[in-house]
Write a protein that binds this ligand. Structure first.
Ligand code: GH3
Ligand code: MG
Ligand code: MG
Ligand code: MG
Length: 341
Protein backbone atom coordinates (compact mmCIF):
# COMPACT_ATOMS: atom_id res chain seq x y z
CA UNK A 1 0.00 0.00 0.00
CA UNK A 2 2.64 2.40 1.12
CA UNK A 3 4.79 1.95 -1.96
CA UNK A 4 1.83 2.60 -4.24
CA UNK A 5 1.09 5.80 -2.35
CA UNK A 6 4.74 6.80 -2.69
CA UNK A 7 4.73 6.22 -6.45
CA UNK A 8 1.56 8.21 -6.83
CA UNK A 9 2.88 11.16 -4.93
CA UNK A 10 6.15 11.01 -6.88
CA UNK A 11 4.13 11.19 -10.10
CA UNK A 12 2.07 14.02 -8.83
CA UNK A 13 5.06 16.03 -7.72
CA UNK A 14 6.28 16.01 -11.30
CA UNK A 15 3.68 18.68 -12.02
CA UNK A 16 5.89 20.94 -9.90
CA UNK A 17 8.64 22.76 -11.72
CA UNK A 18 6.78 23.04 -15.02
CA UNK A 19 4.70 26.15 -15.04
CA UNK A 20 1.86 25.20 -17.29
CA UNK A 21 -0.57 28.07 -17.69
CA UNK A 22 -4.12 27.43 -16.54
CA UNK A 23 -6.96 29.78 -17.27
CA UNK A 24 -9.28 30.16 -14.30
CA UNK A 25 -12.64 31.87 -14.60
CA UNK A 26 -14.29 32.39 -11.21
CA UNK A 27 -16.42 35.27 -9.96
CA UNK A 28 -16.34 34.36 -6.28
CA UNK A 29 -13.29 36.04 -4.63
CA UNK A 30 -12.97 33.28 -2.03
CA UNK A 31 -12.79 30.55 -4.68
CA UNK A 32 -10.56 32.80 -6.76
CA UNK A 33 -7.87 33.09 -4.13
CA UNK A 34 -8.24 29.45 -3.17
CA UNK A 35 -7.71 28.36 -6.77
CA UNK A 36 -4.84 30.77 -7.21
CA UNK A 37 -2.94 29.48 -4.19
CA UNK A 38 -3.62 25.79 -4.93
CA UNK A 39 -2.61 26.03 -8.58
CA UNK A 40 0.51 28.05 -7.77
CA UNK A 41 1.49 25.52 -5.11
CA UNK A 42 1.13 22.70 -7.67
CA UNK A 43 3.40 24.52 -10.08
CA UNK A 44 0.81 25.96 -12.47
CA UNK A 45 0.80 29.49 -13.79
CA UNK A 46 -2.71 30.51 -12.71
CA UNK A 47 -4.28 33.17 -14.93
CA UNK A 48 -7.35 34.35 -13.07
CA UNK A 49 -10.28 35.98 -14.80
CA UNK A 50 -13.38 37.22 -12.97
CA UNK A 51 -16.14 36.38 -15.42
CA UNK A 52 -16.91 34.50 -18.61
CA UNK A 53 -16.35 37.45 -20.89
CA UNK A 54 -12.85 38.07 -19.54
CA UNK A 55 -12.13 34.35 -19.84
CA UNK A 56 -13.29 34.26 -23.46
CA UNK A 57 -11.13 37.28 -24.27
CA UNK A 58 -8.11 35.67 -22.61
CA UNK A 59 -8.68 32.58 -24.76
CA UNK A 60 -8.28 34.67 -27.92
CA UNK A 61 -4.59 35.39 -27.18
CA UNK A 62 -2.03 33.56 -29.30
CA UNK A 63 -0.44 32.03 -26.19
CA UNK A 64 -3.75 31.24 -24.48
CA UNK A 65 -3.62 28.43 -21.91
CA UNK A 66 -4.61 24.99 -23.09
CA UNK A 67 -6.05 24.05 -19.73
CA UNK A 68 -9.11 25.93 -18.47
CA UNK A 69 -10.99 25.72 -15.18
CA UNK A 70 -14.32 27.46 -15.65
CA UNK A 71 -16.91 28.23 -13.05
CA UNK A 72 -20.40 27.58 -14.34
CA UNK A 73 -22.30 30.50 -12.79
CA UNK A 74 -20.63 33.82 -13.63
CA UNK A 75 -21.80 37.27 -14.66
CA UNK A 76 -21.84 38.38 -18.35
CA UNK A 77 -21.16 34.93 -19.73
CA UNK A 78 -21.37 31.61 -17.95
CA UNK A 79 -18.79 28.84 -18.07
CA UNK A 80 -20.91 26.63 -20.31
CA UNK A 81 -21.14 29.41 -22.90
CA UNK A 82 -17.37 30.01 -22.76
CA UNK A 83 -16.90 26.30 -23.29
CA UNK A 84 -19.33 26.25 -26.21
CA UNK A 85 -17.46 29.14 -27.84
CA UNK A 86 -14.09 27.45 -27.39
CA UNK A 87 -15.43 24.35 -29.13
CA UNK A 88 -17.08 26.31 -31.93
CA UNK A 89 -13.79 28.09 -32.59
CA UNK A 90 -12.26 24.59 -32.89
CA UNK A 91 -9.10 25.71 -31.14
CA UNK A 92 -5.92 24.03 -32.21
CA UNK A 93 -4.13 22.97 -30.08
CA UNK A 94 -7.03 21.54 -28.13
CA UNK A 95 -8.20 23.27 -24.95
CA UNK A 96 -9.04 20.97 -22.06
CA UNK A 97 -11.98 22.36 -20.08
CA UNK A 98 -12.85 21.48 -16.50
CA UNK A 99 -16.17 22.89 -15.39
CA UNK A 100 -16.75 23.86 -11.75
CA UNK A 101 -20.24 24.11 -10.42
CA UNK A 102 -22.46 24.09 -7.40
CA UNK A 103 -25.11 22.33 -9.46
CA UNK A 104 -25.47 18.63 -8.89
CA UNK A 105 -28.44 17.73 -11.00
CA UNK A 106 -27.46 15.13 -13.58
CA UNK A 107 -29.31 17.13 -16.26
CA UNK A 108 -26.82 19.96 -15.55
CA UNK A 109 -23.93 17.59 -15.99
CA UNK A 110 -25.33 16.53 -19.35
CA UNK A 111 -25.66 20.15 -20.45
CA UNK A 112 -22.10 20.99 -19.38
CA UNK A 113 -20.59 17.98 -21.11
CA UNK A 114 -22.63 18.57 -24.23
CA UNK A 115 -21.27 22.10 -24.42
CA UNK A 116 -17.89 20.43 -24.79
CA UNK A 117 -16.51 20.30 -21.25
CA UNK A 118 -14.04 17.48 -20.73
CA UNK A 119 -14.61 17.07 -17.02
CA UNK A 120 -16.77 18.33 -14.22
CA UNK A 121 -16.24 19.04 -10.54
CA UNK A 122 -18.91 20.03 -8.04
CA UNK A 123 -18.30 22.71 -5.45
CA UNK A 124 -17.18 22.47 -2.75
CA UNK A 125 -14.51 20.22 -4.19
CA UNK A 126 -11.67 18.34 -2.64
CA UNK A 127 -8.26 19.91 -3.45
CA UNK A 128 -6.61 16.57 -4.24
CA UNK A 129 -9.47 15.71 -6.55
CA UNK A 130 -8.94 18.91 -8.53
CA UNK A 131 -5.23 18.20 -8.64
CA UNK A 132 -5.59 14.71 -10.11
CA UNK A 133 -8.22 15.85 -12.56
CA UNK A 134 -5.88 18.55 -13.82
CA UNK A 135 -3.21 15.89 -14.19
CA UNK A 136 -5.62 13.78 -16.25
CA UNK A 137 -6.25 16.84 -18.42
CA UNK A 138 -2.54 17.33 -18.93
CA UNK A 139 -2.13 13.72 -19.98
CA UNK A 140 -4.78 14.22 -22.66
CA UNK A 141 -3.08 17.43 -23.80
CA UNK A 142 0.32 15.69 -23.92
CA UNK A 143 -1.13 12.94 -26.07
CA UNK A 144 -2.69 15.49 -28.37
CA UNK A 145 0.63 17.33 -28.61
CA UNK A 146 2.39 14.09 -29.58
CA UNK A 147 -0.28 13.42 -32.18
CA UNK A 148 0.13 16.88 -33.68
CA UNK A 149 3.90 16.48 -33.79
CA UNK A 150 3.58 13.10 -35.48
CA UNK A 151 1.17 14.59 -38.00
CA UNK A 152 3.56 17.48 -38.68
CA UNK A 153 6.50 15.06 -39.10
CA UNK A 154 4.45 13.07 -41.61
CA UNK A 155 3.54 16.22 -43.49
CA UNK A 156 7.21 17.24 -43.72
CA UNK A 157 8.14 13.72 -44.82
CA UNK A 158 5.48 13.70 -47.52
CA UNK A 159 6.52 17.06 -48.97
CA UNK A 160 10.31 17.07 -48.59
CA UNK A 161 13.23 15.27 -50.10
CA UNK A 162 14.98 13.12 -47.51
CA UNK A 163 18.52 13.68 -48.81
CA UNK A 164 18.60 17.45 -49.30
CA UNK A 165 15.70 18.62 -47.14
CA UNK A 166 14.39 20.63 -50.09
CA UNK A 167 10.79 20.33 -51.26
CA UNK A 168 10.25 17.13 -53.19
CA UNK A 169 9.12 16.94 -56.79
CA UNK A 170 5.43 16.51 -55.99
CA UNK A 171 5.36 19.51 -53.70
CA UNK A 172 7.38 21.88 -55.89
CA UNK A 173 5.19 21.09 -58.89
CA UNK A 174 2.12 21.66 -56.73
CA UNK A 175 3.55 25.05 -55.75
CA UNK A 176 4.22 25.85 -59.40
CA UNK A 177 0.55 25.19 -60.21
CA UNK A 178 -0.60 27.36 -57.31
CA UNK A 179 1.78 30.20 -58.18
CA UNK A 180 0.71 30.17 -61.82
CA UNK A 181 -2.91 30.49 -60.77
CA UNK A 182 -1.97 33.30 -58.41
CA UNK A 183 0.10 35.20 -60.97
CA UNK A 184 -2.74 34.84 -63.51
CA UNK A 185 -5.09 36.35 -60.92
CA UNK A 186 -2.76 39.12 -59.84
CA UNK A 187 -1.25 39.69 -63.30
CA UNK A 188 2.24 39.23 -61.97
CA UNK A 189 5.09 37.53 -63.85
CA UNK A 190 6.58 34.21 -62.84
CA UNK A 191 9.87 32.54 -63.67
CA UNK A 192 10.94 28.92 -63.46
CA UNK A 193 14.52 27.69 -63.22
CA UNK A 194 15.68 24.19 -64.05
CA UNK A 195 19.08 23.62 -62.44
CA UNK A 196 21.19 20.59 -63.34
CA UNK A 197 24.62 19.73 -61.93
CA UNK A 198 27.32 19.42 -64.57
CA UNK A 199 29.04 16.07 -65.09
CA UNK A 200 27.64 14.81 -61.84
CA UNK A 201 28.06 11.21 -62.91
CA UNK A 202 31.82 11.82 -62.97
CA UNK A 203 31.71 13.06 -59.39
CA UNK A 204 30.03 9.84 -58.34
CA UNK A 205 32.44 7.77 -60.40
CA UNK A 206 35.55 9.55 -59.11
CA UNK A 207 34.67 10.22 -55.46
CA UNK A 208 31.99 7.66 -54.72
CA UNK A 209 28.26 7.80 -54.25
CA UNK A 210 28.44 9.16 -50.70
CA UNK A 211 30.55 12.10 -51.78
CA UNK A 212 27.97 12.58 -54.54
CA UNK A 213 25.24 12.74 -51.89
CA UNK A 214 27.23 15.28 -49.91
CA UNK A 215 27.57 17.40 -53.06
CA UNK A 216 23.79 17.27 -53.56
CA UNK A 217 23.25 18.45 -49.98
CA UNK A 218 25.75 21.26 -50.37
CA UNK A 219 24.17 22.23 -53.70
CA UNK A 220 20.80 22.47 -51.96
CA UNK A 221 22.31 24.58 -49.19
CA UNK A 222 23.88 27.02 -51.65
CA UNK A 223 20.68 27.35 -53.64
CA UNK A 224 18.70 28.07 -50.51
CA UNK A 225 21.26 30.59 -49.34
CA UNK A 226 20.81 32.73 -52.46
CA UNK A 227 17.06 32.38 -53.03
CA UNK A 228 14.47 34.59 -51.39
CA UNK A 229 12.37 33.13 -48.61
CA UNK A 230 9.23 32.91 -50.79
CA UNK A 231 11.01 31.25 -53.69
CA UNK A 232 10.57 27.52 -53.73
CA UNK A 233 13.56 25.36 -54.64
CA UNK A 234 12.71 21.68 -54.95
CA UNK A 235 14.52 18.51 -55.95
CA UNK A 236 12.98 17.61 -59.28
CA UNK A 237 14.99 14.47 -59.97
CA UNK A 238 18.43 12.98 -59.21
CA UNK A 239 20.66 16.04 -59.68
CA UNK A 240 18.04 18.37 -61.08
CA UNK A 241 16.30 21.11 -59.19
CA UNK A 242 13.23 23.13 -60.04
CA UNK A 243 12.91 26.62 -58.61
CA UNK A 244 9.71 28.65 -58.78
CA UNK A 245 10.23 32.41 -58.62
CA UNK A 246 6.94 34.23 -58.04
CA UNK A 247 6.91 37.85 -59.20
CA UNK A 248 10.03 37.45 -61.37
CA UNK A 249 9.92 38.20 -65.09
CA UNK A 250 12.45 36.95 -67.63
CA UNK A 251 15.14 39.40 -66.58
CA UNK A 252 14.80 38.84 -62.81
CA UNK A 253 14.70 35.11 -63.40
CA UNK A 254 17.90 35.32 -65.40
CA UNK A 255 19.63 37.41 -62.73
CA UNK A 256 18.54 34.96 -60.03
CA UNK A 257 19.83 32.03 -62.09
CA UNK A 258 23.18 33.77 -62.52
CA UNK A 259 23.35 34.23 -58.76
CA UNK A 260 22.86 30.49 -58.26
CA UNK A 261 25.35 29.55 -60.96
CA UNK A 262 27.86 31.88 -59.33
CA UNK A 263 27.18 30.42 -55.85
CA UNK A 264 28.26 27.01 -57.21
CA UNK A 265 31.24 28.11 -59.27
CA UNK A 266 32.67 30.58 -56.76
CA UNK A 267 34.10 28.08 -54.30
CA UNK A 268 34.89 24.38 -54.56
CA UNK A 269 32.62 21.93 -52.74
CA UNK A 270 33.93 19.92 -49.80
CA UNK A 271 32.72 16.32 -49.75
CA UNK A 272 34.18 13.23 -48.11
CA UNK A 273 37.29 15.10 -47.00
CA UNK A 274 37.98 16.18 -50.57
CA UNK A 275 37.55 19.42 -52.35
CA UNK A 276 36.09 19.49 -55.84
CA UNK A 277 34.88 21.98 -58.38
CA UNK A 278 31.14 21.64 -59.01
CA UNK A 279 29.22 23.70 -61.52
CA UNK A 280 25.66 23.76 -62.73
CA UNK A 281 23.74 24.74 -65.82
CA UNK A 282 20.42 26.52 -65.58
CA UNK A 283 17.49 26.94 -67.95
CA UNK A 284 15.13 29.85 -67.39
CA UNK A 285 11.55 30.15 -68.57
CA UNK A 286 9.09 32.83 -67.66
CA UNK A 287 5.70 34.25 -68.26
CA UNK A 288 4.82 37.90 -67.93
CA UNK A 289 1.12 37.21 -67.95
CA UNK A 290 0.48 33.67 -66.86
CA UNK A 291 -2.54 31.81 -68.09
CA UNK A 292 -3.88 29.14 -65.79
CA UNK A 293 -2.50 25.70 -66.59
CA UNK A 294 0.84 26.80 -67.98
CA UNK A 295 2.93 24.65 -65.65
CA UNK A 296 3.81 22.07 -68.29
CA UNK A 297 4.81 24.72 -70.80
CA UNK A 298 7.06 26.52 -68.31
CA UNK A 299 8.77 23.29 -67.25
CA UNK A 300 9.25 22.23 -70.87
CA UNK A 301 10.69 25.60 -71.84
CA UNK A 302 13.05 25.70 -68.84
CA UNK A 303 14.15 22.20 -69.83
CA UNK A 304 14.80 23.28 -73.40
CA UNK A 305 16.82 26.27 -72.20
CA UNK A 306 18.78 23.97 -69.89
CA UNK A 307 19.57 21.70 -72.81
CA UNK A 308 20.82 24.76 -74.64
CA UNK A 309 23.04 25.78 -71.68
CA UNK A 310 24.55 22.27 -71.60
CA UNK A 311 25.20 22.33 -75.35
CA UNK A 312 26.92 25.66 -75.11
CA UNK A 313 29.49 24.31 -72.70
CA UNK A 314 27.86 24.05 -69.21
CA UNK A 315 28.40 26.29 -66.17
CA UNK A 316 26.04 28.80 -67.72
CA UNK A 317 22.51 30.15 -67.76
CA UNK A 318 20.24 30.09 -70.80
CA UNK A 319 16.84 31.71 -71.11
CA UNK A 320 14.16 30.12 -73.24
CA UNK A 321 13.68 32.08 -76.44
CA UNK A 322 10.47 31.49 -78.34
CA UNK A 323 10.19 31.46 -82.14
CA UNK A 324 8.67 34.92 -81.94
CA UNK A 325 11.09 36.54 -79.52
CA UNK A 326 9.91 39.55 -77.58
CA UNK A 327 12.13 42.61 -77.18
CA UNK A 328 12.99 41.42 -73.70
CA UNK A 329 14.05 37.93 -74.71
CA UNK A 330 16.25 39.43 -77.45
CA UNK A 331 17.86 41.65 -74.83
CA UNK A 332 18.41 38.58 -72.68
CA UNK A 333 20.09 36.73 -75.50
CA UNK A 334 22.46 39.67 -75.80
CA UNK A 335 22.99 39.67 -72.05
CA UNK A 336 23.82 35.97 -72.16
CA UNK A 337 26.32 36.52 -75.01
CA UNK A 338 27.83 39.36 -73.06
CA UNK A 339 28.29 37.29 -69.87
CA UNK A 340 29.85 34.46 -71.88
CA UNK A 341 32.38 36.78 -73.40
P1 GH3 B 1 25.37 16.56 -67.48
O1 GH3 B 1 26.42 17.59 -67.28
O2 GH3 B 1 25.05 16.36 -68.89
O3 GH3 B 1 24.17 16.86 -66.67
O4 GH3 B 1 26.00 15.20 -66.96
P2 GH3 B 1 25.65 14.39 -65.67
O5 GH3 B 1 26.71 13.40 -65.42
O6 GH3 B 1 25.38 15.32 -64.54
O7 GH3 B 1 24.25 13.74 -66.05
P3 GH3 B 1 23.75 12.25 -66.05
O8 GH3 B 1 22.28 12.35 -66.28
O9 GH3 B 1 24.55 11.45 -67.04
O10 GH3 B 1 24.07 11.68 -64.63
C1 GH3 B 1 23.37 12.05 -63.49
C2 GH3 B 1 23.87 11.21 -62.37
O11 GH3 B 1 23.29 11.58 -61.13
C3 GH3 B 1 23.58 9.75 -62.55
C4 GH3 B 1 23.07 9.29 -61.23
O12 GH3 B 1 23.73 8.15 -60.76
C5 GH3 B 1 23.37 10.45 -60.30
N1 GH3 B 1 22.42 10.55 -59.19
C6 GH3 B 1 21.08 10.69 -59.28
N2 GH3 B 1 20.55 10.74 -58.03
C7 GH3 B 1 21.57 10.64 -57.15
C8 GH3 B 1 21.65 10.63 -55.72
O13 GH3 B 1 20.67 10.73 -54.98
N3 GH3 B 1 22.88 10.51 -55.16
C9 GH3 B 1 24.01 10.39 -55.93
N4 GH3 B 1 25.17 10.29 -55.31
N5 GH3 B 1 23.94 10.37 -57.27
C10 GH3 B 1 22.76 10.50 -57.89
MG1 MG C 1 -19.82 31.61 -9.84
MG1 MG D 1 23.71 16.66 -64.73
MG1 MG E 1 20.25 15.52 -65.08
Amino acid sequence: MESIGAIQSANLSSDLGQTMPVLVAEDNPVFQSMLRSMLTKWGYDARITKNGLEAWEAMQAADAPRLAVLDWMMPYMDGVEVCRRIRTAAHEPYVYVLLLTARTDSQDLVEGMEAGADDYLTKPFNAQELRVRLRAGRRILDLQQQLMEAREALRVQATHDALTGLLNRGRVVEILFAEIARSARERRPLAVLMVDLDHFKQINDTHGHQAGDAVLREAARRMQAVTRQYDAPGRYGGEEFLIVLPGCGARDGYVQAERIREAFAREPFAAGGESMAVTCSIGVSSSDACADGEACRLIREADEALYDAKNRGRNRVAAFVSDQPSAESLALTKLAKFSEA
